[in-house]
Design a protein around this ligand. Structure first.
Ligand code: 44T
Length: 878
């Protein structure tokens, strides 16, 4: 390692002498030539090294060579990426950024690589930097929005906007500090608010730690803005890595934290507190309650928590976690085997399984029905380290819950009360008017099970790998114990119980009969919740089946008449051979139609296509188990094996299938996945559509053929609270809003429009049409006029899609059985409207992401009605 002074000397010499050294100049120009030559020869690795040398030796060439250097870097990075040389890839970017630290294109591109590798936090940082350098750089903006949505989760805004919660924490902290806790550590400080409360309350020393880099940097900005950067020491680290005296000089008397998720323990609070008690906190007040000087003892805010549970019936949860239908798009699903949701707590702890999911019960479409009273699942004292340490070895606790209402058992809902201290507590219950979500533990049973009053539901509660696990194991009815956890013990399928849904039971029995010979007993295939909801959506599949059948019918008809025109012996073998996709082994290939389904994730559409006639279908399903499900379904639905192909098994590059064989239009239908579950149009949809269009045979189609985006003007405070911190008032007077609001994203995703608290201020209106079959019909901006139906503040425009498969058949992303959620654009500035006003929405679509701005634009005759109106109008426009 060169020391600092040698670096300095070298640096000085290189700055002073570049033009005076002929050998050096020679080297620079030769290297530049080599770089250009290598670039021309597509030897990007060597070109990159030459460029590095040139630009390090001759920084004056930076502007001249910037474009070629970037190009070389990106090409070389793609090569490194494709061979898995990830460390080298990032090293190259680091070197590039040393040369061009403020190059937004390089930053953005590095962000894209980081994101693809799963480093979301770092990726967001890069997009953010790129955007700060060039606020109108659309690629970085779009990337940032997509990542920010994942990264700085909406609850940051909700929590900071929740004044009551902030005040309660403040009161508890103030009391503790004034009671003598003078040294404080805020674990998981986020924006720094709890640490600042402690400082404001008069704590002598305040430390804070935060593991997320983005949040840490944010907290630093916030502390500076609030004049506390000198008085609160913030560390970018996980509390578990902190040591005394390395990171903080001595043990503290108070730990404050809100590292809790909807399931209480999901952010690791148990582990953090065990570590804090053992390494960072002063010893606790002893059990006898003997009063010791609070500055010499340790304590934690929150002091403890009580966790509650309740059994619920909920259709929305059911359709996302249990596959329920026997027929989909004309296919019998009996042979599908066991399709599992990724949320389960009755299996062994497994990386791919979550023990619970989170929902705001009050916002679930269709609502929910409590089947039992709430029960206490756990009481935990955060000031008792033995209790914390004993949690994971606690014996499994069994509780019997009297059923109070008849209904189908879908899930256990869980929430908690956080006891900040003796006086202050926060509840995350479903009835509370707060931002909290509840933890949902869906039941994992094959068949439906209807609970009736008089039953007792038996729930097991345990704590494994620091998660609280709740599992409905059995029902006690008429003195008999009916087990629910089929995978652990007896099976409901073979041991039918009264009140189980007879239709589902029959289906499952049939499934067992049909597949008994070739289905390994434990064949289970895991699907995402949205994939399960999609499978349960019969209307979606029926629509596709209908549209495919129509197309197949018409193409068959066209071929038939062509054959007739050619005469009985006029086989058009040559062209048929040319248009045959690679890998095809069917003998009757000249009659076959080719259908390609490029849906993401699990999709039945290829199989549905193959079941509709002489079709060879190409599926994009990648996972082996999911392919196996499709194969079984093909077999049981009498689709010949060779009619269904998994093209991703043969091709490395996703684009390749669309491109083969070159020059020929060969697909009868290409099914594009156009909308993401979150409610956004898929990235690169239009690019894929234009590629797909070139590859269709005459009369072939892209499904869907068009998408119509619909929207509506609404007033929704909820959306505002979720998108930005509303000034200093909710955050106890601390100046936080401008910093966290840098992460505001104008498009909200995963909305349930049907339950969103909002006032509708207009009818729904068509915002945009995306014609996938026709490029010329597409536009990127459009002004849409919509009339306000009542007065209010337009804060957002929720939007959804009508997905047109053909002229007659379409699917709405707003329908109740849809697997799609909705999205909404939150306006930069709310717009006051009066009933009857005309609002002009400027809708823009850039690379499949929508932005909308709104202004009032009344008709001239309406405007001339009164001068007063006119002046009101102009102020509103400003
Ligand atoms: N959930 C909201 C809030 N951290 C989750 O990086 C909770 C929603 C919610 N830093 C119901 C209930 C609730 N050392 O920035 C994050 C995170 C950081 C740590 C350092 C550690 N050991 C950790 C652990 C986490 O803390 C911040 C907050 S944690 C997430 C809060 C009432 N529905």
């Amino acid at each position: 390692m060169p020391n600092a002074s040698s670096r300095h000397r070298r640096g000085r010499r290189s700055r002073r002498q570049p033009r005076e050294d002929p050998a050096r100049n020679e080297l620079v120009s030769r290297s530049l030539e080599s770089a250009q030559q290598c670039l021309f020869n597509q030897d990007y690795g060597t070109a990159f090294v030459h460029y590095l040398l040139v630009l390090n030796l001759a920084p004056v060439l930076k502007d001249f060579a910037r474009e070629s250097f970037r190009f070389t870097l990106f090409k070389w990075a793609d090569e490194l990426d494709s061979v898995g040389r990830i460390q080298d890839l990032f090293d190259c970017y680091e070197q590039a950024l040393e040369l061009f630290p403020a190059d937004e294109v390089i930053l953005n591109s590095m962000g894209e690589h980081l994101f693809r590798m799963g480093f979301r936090d770092e990726a967001a940082g890069h997009f953010h930097k790129a955007l700060k350098l060039k606020p109108d750089y659309p690629e970085a903006r779009e990337n940032f929005y997509r990542v920010a949505n994942w990264l700085v989760e909406r609850w940051h805004f909700l929590m900071l906007n929740d004044r009551r919660r902030n005040q309660k924490y403040q009161q508890a902290i103030q009391k503790a500090v004034q009671g003598g806790c003078s040294t404080v550590l805020d674990i998981g400080t986020g924006t720094g608010i709890l640490g600042m409360c402690a400082k404001k309350a008069g704590a002598a020393e305040v430390y804070a730690c935060e593991l997320s880099k983005t949040m840490y940097e944010l907290a630093c900005e916030v502390l500076t803005a609030n004049g506390m950067s000198g008085s609160i020491q913030i560390l970018h680290m996980k509390s578990l890595e902190m040591e005394v005296p390395k990171d903080i000089p001595k043990r503290v008397s108070l730990v404050v934290t809100e590292t809790v998720d909807a399931g209480l323990f999901g952010e690791g609070i148990i582990e953090s507190l065990i570590h804090a008690w053992n390494h960072l906190l002063l010893p606790p007040q002893n059990a006898q309650g003997e009063l010791r000087d609070p500055s010499q003892t340790g304590r934690v805010i929150p002091a403890g928590a009580t966790v509650f549970g309740m059994a619920v019936e909920c259709l929305e949860i059911r359709r996302h976690h249990r596959f329920r239908v026997s027929e989909v798009g004309g296919l019998s699903m009996a042979a599908a085997g066991e399709l599992h949701s990724p949320v389960s707590c009755n299996t062994e702890p497994d990386e791919s399984m979550e023990p619970y999911t989170t929902e705001r019960l009050s916002r679930l479409p269709g609502g929910y029905r409590p089947l039992t009273q709430p029960f206490t699942a756990l009481d935990i004292d955060f000031n008792n380290v033995q209790e914390l340490e004993g949690l994971s070895s606690r014996v499994v606790q069994r509780v019997h819950l009297p059923v109070t209402q008849e209904g189908e058992l879908d899930a256990l809902a869980v929430w908690f009360q956080l006891h900040l201290d003796k006086e202050n507590s926060l509840s995350t219950g479903p009835q509370e008017d707060t931002c909290w979500e509840q933890a949902i533990y869906p039941v994992q049973i094959h068949n439906s099970f209807t609970l009736i009053p008089g039953d007792q539901l038996i729930v097991e509660i345990s704590c494994r790998d620091a998660y609280l696990r709740l599992c409905s194991v059995a029902v006690l009815r008429d003195g008999r114990e009916l087990r629910l956890d089929s995978r652990l013990g007896s099976d409901l399928g073979t041991n039918p119980v009264p009140h189980a849904n007879p239709e589902a039971e029959l289906c499952s029995a049939l499934a067992c009969l049909q597949t008994e010979q070739n289905l390994p007993k434990d064949f289970v295939c895991m699907l995402e919740c949205s994939e399960i909801a999609l499978l349960n959506n019969q209307r979606y599949h029926e629509s596709f089946r209908g549209a495919l059948a129509k197309l197949i019918g018409s193409l068959k008809g066209a071929r038939h008449s062509q054959e007739q025109r050619l005469g009985s012996d006029g086989t058009d073998g040559t062209s048929a051979n040319l248009t045959r996709p690679i890998g095809n082994s069917a003998t009757d290939s000249s009659d076959l139609l080719y259908v390609l389904d490029v849906s993401e994730g699990f999709s039945l559409l290829s199989l549905i296509a193959a079941s509709q006639g002489p079709v060879k279908a190409y599926s994009s399903v990648e996972k082996t188990q999911q392919q196996e499900v499709l194969r079984r379904l093909a077999q049981s639905n009498h689709v010949p094996e060779q009619r269904l192909e998994f093209w991703l098994n043969y091709v490395q590059d996703e684009q390749a299938v669309l491109q083969r064989p070159s020059g020929e239009k060969l697909w009868s239908a290409i099914i594009l996945d156009c909308v993401e579950t979150c409610g956004l149009i898929r990235q690169k949809l239009m690019e894929k559509a234009s590629l797909a269009r070139c590859l269709l045979e005459e009369g072939g189609r892209i499904f869907p053929q068009s998408i119509v985006v619909h929207g509506m003007l609404v007033e929704s405070d909820t959306l505002l609270l979720e998108s930005a911190v509303q000034g200093q008032e909710p955050t106890l007077g601390f100046n936080i809003a401008p910093f966290i609001n840098q992460f505001t994203v104008p498009v909200h995703v995963f909305l349930d429009f049907s339950t969103l608290e909002c006032r509708h201020l207009s009818e729904s209106v068509e915002l945009f049409v995306l014609d996938l079959m026709e490029t010329t019909a597409n536009y990127t901006t459009r002004d849409v006029k919509v009339q306000a139906t009542s007065s209010g503040r337009v804060t957002a425009v929720p939007f959804w899609y009508q997905v047109h498969l053909d002229e007659e058949i379409s699917i709405s992303s707003l329908s109740q059985d849809s697997h799609w959620k909705q999205a909404a654009v939150v306006l930069h500035q709310p717009l006051e409207v009066k009933g009857g006003d005309w609002v002009c929405l400027a809708v823009q679509l850039h690379k499949s992401s929508i932005s909308i701005s709104a202004r009032i634009e009344n008709e001239p005759e309406a405007m001339s009605e009164s001068v007063e109106d006119l002046s009101a109008l102009s102020t509103r426009q400003i």
